[in-house]
Write a protein that binds this ligand. Structure first.
Ligand code: FES
Length: 142
């Protein structure tokens, strides 16, 4: 399966202010850079959302923290090759797109991340259209 999604934003290398030409998101402070370890998720609350932030291979990612299968926190998942695997039943999600991998046809919301000084900020959509997104809009499979 290949998960392809047109990305309205990009996650850039650490230490560089990220993209966003994007007027679709409002950025909120989520945590400090010092709170993030490589390949370990950090759960944060941003508004009414619980989001897991990851740093892997020098890039930062933010996805919904709740596994769409049984609701287990994905921040506790195993990170490998820019994906996270849920600890309970092994569903795997791309950190880049939120798309399920390995035949998993669900999807978690993902958010743009930017670094501002020592702060990690997460972009929340101005509209709630992607809140709780569990459909595979934008995900292709073969
Ligand atoms: S709860 Fe995540 S795979 Fe089952």
């Amino acid at each position: 399966m290949v998960c392809v999604e047109s990305m309205p934003f990009e996650v850039k290398r650490s230490g560089i202010t990220v993209n966003m030409s994007d007027e679709a998101h409002i950025f909120h402070p989520a945590c400090k850079l010092s709170e993030i370890e490589d390949d370990r998720g950090v759960p944060v609350e941003v508004g009414d959302r619980v989001i897991a932030i990851f740093r892997t291979e020098g890039d930062y990612y933010a996805i919904d923290d709740t596994c769409p299968h049984k609701g287990v926190p994905l921040c506790d998942g195993l990170v490998d090759q820019k994906s996270v695997t849920c600890t309970w039943h092994g569903w795997r999600f791309s950190l880049e797109t939120g798309c399920g991998l390995d035949g998993n046809r669900s999807k978690v919301g993902r958010y743009p991340v930017r670094i501002s000084g020592e702060n990690v900020e997460v972009g929340i959509p101005r509209s709630n259209s992607t809140h709780g997104e569990q459909v595979r809009a934008g995900c292709n499979s073969e």
